[in-house]
Design a protein around this ligand. Structure first.
Ligand code: PLP
Length: 456
């Protein structure tokens, strides 16, 4: 077979890709017909594809490239670590410096007494860990019946059997016989789509109180934990009403339920603080981390665990672990990434420069005839597309058709925005500068205009 490289014609690369590469979340027929876009390199906030297009990546890959592309320090950290100790495990009473240093650094950064970390290779794996961790915790405390985890419809917590079960995406449950037993769901705090005539504040309370009702229905002695993203990401960047999180916190405290904050997207600066839990003012017992932990340069995730839970777990042996838990190369890359975030004051940049500039422009998009709602927190934002702004109405076409069209117009205009149904979402690298934001908006408005012209 001839060597496959960036120099091959795009159509040949696409044909080989469609023939041999099974893609996540991609319809096979579409892949065969259109071919996948071949990304060849990237720098800062810009991707280059095999046809030489320069594309502004307003999704930071999959919400993960927080420090932007092309940071050689991370490549050097990986190279140094690979030469010194490319692999060793952390099972059976062994450890190594990168895992120790990363765990200690995370304990320093995390709020409250989240002083312990169990490493995984991804967010999905970390959430699988959380299921076993919270059930084992209650069993070790003499309450083995306390094992139900309550989650939310339309949440995303990963793609493993555990992660997808914790998630509330019905389309995912329909494939592979999910969910696993003892996972329950309440409705999401999605005021725009589901709030009806209620004010956002009333609706936030109503949705939070579903948790209390679900605990009562199942019995407090059966419920181990509640899991939620501080801001739902893959569900469509759903920023909850202000009343929501304080009420959830009250309910978890009142009913002896562990609170798991899935920070896989919100963590590491996305919402303008190190963690979304700080932005939403919540005190989780466990936080799931991944993505921005290494800015996507290496696959690593983990569960940050509070003192009380960690002490109970550490009293015995937790029969759980991954070959790559605390992988030294990934840990070294993550440490270097955290160093850059801190020393270059990237979170301050989000809070003081990028997010305020973006928020002003984002709010102005609400005036576009196609946009019913424009919401943003830090650097994660969403636009609800609608045929009737006043009524928060849905399109007559199948849900997602207009969103998909708008996503394709964005692609054609060299902008990566994602669509979730008929919502458009963004989460650019945190290092985005005002000049890039101007380009982002120019392309976003053009794409919205083209979409509007098409459906009129
Ligand atoms: N949790 C949340 C909130 C996520 O958004 C994701 C991925 O998008 C995951 C978990 C799963 O992480 P991974 O894809 O690294 O397994």
């Amino acid at each position: 077979m001839k060597p496959i490289s960036n120099h091959m014609p795009t159509a040949e690369l696409q044909a080989l890709d469609a023939a041999h590469h099974m893609h996540p979340f991609t319809a096979g027929a579409e892949l065969g017909a259109k071919g996948a876009r071949v990304i060849t390199q990237a720098s800062g906030v810009t991707l280059t594809d095999s046809e030489g297009n320069r594309i502004l990546d307003a999704m930071a890959g999959l919400w993960c490239v927080n420090i932007g592309y092309g940071r050689e320090e991370l490549a050097e950290a990986a190279s140094r670590q690979m030469k010194q100790l490319p692999y060793y495990n952390t099972f059976f009473q062994t450890t190594h410096v990168p895992a120790i240093a990363l765990a200690a650094r995370l304990a320093e950064l995390a709020p409250g007494d989240l002083n312990h970390v169990f490493f995984a290779g991804s967010g999905s794996e970390a959430n699988d860990t959380n299921i076993r961790l919270v059930r084992h915790y209650w069993a070790a405390k003499g309450k083995p019946e306390k094992k139900v985890i309550i989650s939310r419809w339309n949440a995303y917590h990963g793609s493993t059997m555990g992660g997808a079960s914790l998630g509330g995406m019905k389309g995912m449950h329909a494939q592979g016989g999910l969910p696993i037993p003892d996972i329950a769901y309440i409705d999401q705090p999605h005021w725009y789509a589901e709030g009806g005539d209620m004010s956002p504040e009333e609706f936030g309370l109503e949705r939070a109180r579903q948790l209390e009702a679900k605990i009562a229905e199942l019995g407090e002695d059966k419920v181990a934990a509640f899991i939620a993203e501080p801001v739902q990401g893959a569900g469509g960047v759903i920023i909850p009403p202000e009343t929501y999180w304080p009420e959830i916190q009250r309910i978890c405290d009142a009913h002896d339920i562990l609170l798991i904050a899935d920070e896989v997207i919100c963590g590491f600066g996305r919402t303008g603080n190190w963690f979304g839990s700080q932005t939403m003012n919540i005190r989780p017992h466990i936080m799931t981390i991944a993505k921005g932990l290494s800015s996507g340069y290496a696959p690593i995730g983990g569960s940050l665990v509070c003192d009380e839970v960690a002490e109970v777990i550490a009293a015995g042996e937790f029969a759980h672990g991954y070959t790559y838990s605390g992988h030294p190369v990934c840990a070294a890359v993550a440490l270097e990434n955290l160093r850059i975030i801190e020393e270059e004051k990237i979170i301050e940049h989000v809070r003081e420069v990028a997010a305020p500039y973006m928020a002003e422009k984002w709010a102005a998009l609400a005036d576009h005839p196609l946009v019913g709602e424009a919401r943003i927190v830090g650097l994660m934002g969403s636009l609800a597309l609608t045929p009737d702004k006043g009524a928060r109405a849905k399109f007559a076409s199948e849900a997602g058709t207009v969103g998909l069209h708008c996503r394709d117009r964005c692609f054609a205009n060299n902008l990566i925005m994602r669509h979730v149904g008929d919502r458009m979402i963004i989460a650019p690298p945190l290092v985005i500068q005002p000049a890039d934001i101007d380009i982002l908006f120019e392309r976003a408005v053009k794409s919205l205009d083209e979409t509007f012209a098409k459906i009129k």
